[in-house]
Ligand binder design. Structure first.
Ligand SMILES: [Zn+2]
Length: 67
């Protein structure tokens, strides 16, 4: 089975897509650059300058939680 645990991270204020969370990792795109990050992430929305925070836990670190 394919793990489709994908979750869009959107600005809480205006709904602009900030990144996509995939299997415990946050994928961010900026022009041609792509970043894959984990842990606490803060992003400032490019549209409304709202501060958005998320904590992205790696899949193996989340093994103690219910899947
Ligand atoms: Zn925004």
């Amino acid at each position: 089975m394919i793990d489709r645990s994908e979750h869009e991270w959107r600005c809480r204020s205006c709904g602009t897509l900030l990144g996509v969370e995939r299997q415990g990792k946050l994928h961010l795109k900026y022009k041609t650059a792509q970043y894959v990050v984990t842990g606490p992430v803060t992003a400032i929305c490019r549209r409304c300058s709202e501060l958005n925070e998320i904590t992205c836990a790696p899949a193996d670190a989340a093994s103690g939680r219910a899947a």
